[in-house]
Write a new protein. Structure first.
Length: 312
């Protein structure tokens, strides 16, 4: 999955918004209810809780008073508009993550992989699409510096295509490979932009011959076998002499905050791990790559692992 934005609301804000979503308050406000009393009736919750929650949502800017009732604002559109991932924003995915965090003690006891929230895929893609522009530019710049003569770029597990569109804006011919369900969601956006979309397994891409293969958030949420398979897939998709660039946070090189986020997300999702530079280098070498380098991506908490496929 491509790099998701690392910024987040306060714990208190997320807790309130999560409770409002899970209790039915947000559904009530975005459908028929315009007052706190109506919210209490529609969501079947305590009137006091409804009143406090509605007033807090108004203070936070998600609803506004119009006459005697409340109406939703543009800030709340991410809870409604799911068709175009550009309309979703970061918040719905942040609430999905928060809901998984609430089950952390149970997940730590059982080690089971949780069932994901209903709108997980679209919300995740919306958050990816809202990745800060400076992070997107920094990652793409780091990649093209490793392969300055590139003309054809393949992004594996390209998700929302936020990186693909940046490559495209710089004049590259860009192809994205991702699973069929993700491709179905993003096709209307990326096809219009001019990105070549291919539905397939990113660990076994059905296309080859690229000068540069780029993978954002390359190892997040993946177990070691899948992560190493993705590296192999990148190698197979390259033309001889091509370069693969894997962007992620590497344990031991990134900040403590980034390590903590990765640890908590891995625990909450029931998959993934903290991978250090030595581990990633071992995957790169096992895949058959020649020279590899690891550099920090300027202005971010990320590292870029660049690996070259030797000329046959």
């Amino acid at each position: 999955m491509p790099t998701r934005d690392r910024s987040h609301a306060s714990v208190e804000s997320l807790a309130l918004l999560w409770a409002a979503r899970e209790s039915g308050v947000i559904d009530a406000l975005t459908s028929t209810a315009g007052t706190a009393d109506a919210v209490a009736d529609v969501a079947d919750i305590d009137p006091r809780a409804a009143s406090i929650t509605v007033e807090a949502l108004a203070t936070m800017g998600f609803i506004k008073r119009v006459g005697d009732e409340y109406e939703i604002t543009n800030r709340a559109l991410g809870f409604l508009a799911k068709r175009d991932v550009r309309s979703i924003g970061r918040l719905p995915h942040a609430l999905d993550i928060f809901s998984l965090y609430t089950d952390l003690p149970e997940r730590m006891a059982t080690g089971e992989v949780p069932a994901l929230p209903e709108e997980w895929r679209r919300n995740r893609l919306g958050a990816e699409d809202a990745t800060d522009e400076s992070v997107v530019r920094a990652c793409v710049t780091a990649a093209v510096r490793e392969s300055p003569d590139t003309t054809r770029v393949l992004e594996l597990a390209g998700g929302s295509g936020v990186f693909a569109r940046e490559f495209l804006a710089r004049g590259y011919d860009v192809t994205v490979v991702d699973d069929p369900k993700t491709v179905d969601v993003v096709r209307p956006l990326l096809s219009r932009a001019g990105v070549n979309l291919v539905a397939g397994d990113p660990t076994d891409p059905p296309v080859t011959g690229f000068d540069l293969v780029f993978v954002g958030d390359a190892f997040e949420g993946r177990d070691a076998d899948e992560a190493s398979s993705l590296v192999v897939g990148a190698y197979e998709a390259l033309a001889p002499g091509g370069t693969a660039v894997f962007v992620d946070t590497l344990h031991g090189r990134c900040s403590t905050d980034a390590t903590t986020r990765r640890a908590v997300d891995s625990l909450a999702l029931g998959r993934g791990d903290l991978y250090d530079e030595a581990t990633v280098r071992s995957w790169v070498e096992s895949a058959g790559f020649g020279r590899e380098t690891v550099r920090d991506v300027p202005g971010t908490d990320l590292q870029a692992v660049a690996a070259e496929r030797a000329v046959d």
